[in-house]
Design a protein around this ligand. Structure first.
Ligand SMILES: NC(=O)c1ccc[n+]([C@@H]2O[C@H](COP(=O)([O-])OP(=O)(O)OC[C@H]3O[C@@H](n4cnc5c(N)ncnc54)[C@H](OP(=O)(O)O)[C@@H]3O)[C@@H](O)[C@H]2O)c1
Length: 305
């Protein structure tokens, strides 16, 4: 099978397509024929070596956390899925070594979910990592109904899902975005759009979800409010009785199932910037690193070469 492999840490050009032996599903696993995977900021960190401290995996590595595809075979004891089922999954590649930029992926059935019906299966690869991150981080903020919530990076992959989830839960959602993203932010359900070219109001929000790497946004939270960040490099420091938490995404097939159903209901939108071949992984890494991408960059087994 074809896969995008990383033979050593380095620049995006390190990523090349190679033929690897097809995996077979262990007990409790499903074998998935990939429709698409996605490129996430974590893939850039793993590829460059900046996350090497947390990655104890042998080279060559297969990168990729997001997966959509069709169940090709079942490991012993799997009853949750049948051969032919369209599924989505998030694999914590950095910890488990199971990367999704491959034509065939074997992973635990418990971390997969039925793909959203009515959506392009390849596009469903935009959901798992960003959707789970948004949902798990918002959970740390407790009941959002009636609260004023600031989401930074509100049109990003995680931020965009967070806006949609929080709005559906009755929060009054404000976002911090780049100038030019105002309309997109409103289309996702933001009630108020703040742009990064102007100072934030101080001490007004009940809570903040920080996805843009802006530790200083804690000044926008009211005394005794709540803050959750998903960016460890820019973790806000607690002040004025504000509770600060970090949130790190975890594999969770049941939660992913609920999110996929929200896609079916139209509550969550699958935003895709481009679908590229596995061989174009270097290009995808460069585009994501450059910023300004709106929607996920997907990698798929488009060509047989
Ligand atoms: N803790 C976890 O488990 C976890 C999980 C997923 C992601 N993350 C981290 O969370 C961050 C977001 O991930 P993502 O996938 O959502 O990335 P993304 O799609 O690139 O979204 C980030 C968004 O923030 C915007 N932004 C950056 N600086 C800004 C500023 N000063 N003002 C306003 N907007 C700004 C970006 O705009 P531009 O594109 O124009 O820069 C982009 O729209 C990354 O650092 C990622 O590593 C953590």
């Amino acid at each position: 099978m074809r896969a995008t492999v990383l033979p050593q840490y380095g620049e995006p050009e390190q990523l090349t397509v190679a033929e690897l032996p097809a995996p077979s599903p262990a007990p409790g696993q499903i074998l998935v024929r990939t429709a698409a995977s996605a490129v996430n900021p974590v893939d850039l960190a793993v590829r460059s070596g900046s996350a090497a401290e947390y990655v104890k995996l042998p080279f060559p590595m297969v990168l990729g956390w997001d997966l959509s595809g069709v169940v090709e075979a079942l490991g012993e004891g799997v009853t949750r899925f049948a051969v032919g089922d369209p599924v989505v999954a998030m694999s914590a590649q950095m910890a488990t070594g199971i990367g999704t930029h491959a034509e065939l992926v074997a992973l635990d059935a418990a971390i997969a979910a039925p793909a959203p019906q009515g959506s392009d299966l390849a596009h469903a690869a935009a959901l798992p990592l960003a959707g789970l991150t948004a949902d798990q981080a918002l959970e740390q903020l407790g009941d959002l109904a009636g609260s004023s919530l600031l989401i930074t990076g509100g049109v990003g992959a995680v931020g965009g899902f967070a806006v949609q989830i929080a709005a559906a839960r009755g929060a009054r959602v404000s976002v911090l975005v780049r100038p030019g993203d105002e309309e997109l932010a409103r289309s996702l359900g933001a009630d108020e759009v703040l742009t990064s070219d102007r100072p934030l109001p101080e001490g007004v929000f009940d809570a903040v979800l920080e996805t843009a790497g802006q530790a200083g946004v804690i000044t926008a939270v009211r005394d005794g409010g709540r803050a959750v960040s998903i960016v460890p490099a820019a973790a806000p420091e607690a002040e004025r009785g504000i509770e600060v938490r970090m949130s790190f995404v975890e594999q969770d097939g049941n939660r992913l199932d609920r999110l996929a159903r929200l896609v079916e209901a139209g509550t969550l939108t699958l935003r895709v910037a481009d679908v590229l071949d596995f061989a174009d992984a270097p290009l995808a890494h460069k585009r994501l690193a450059a910023g300004g991408v709106r929607g996920k960059l997907l990698l798929a087994p488009l060509s047989g070469n």
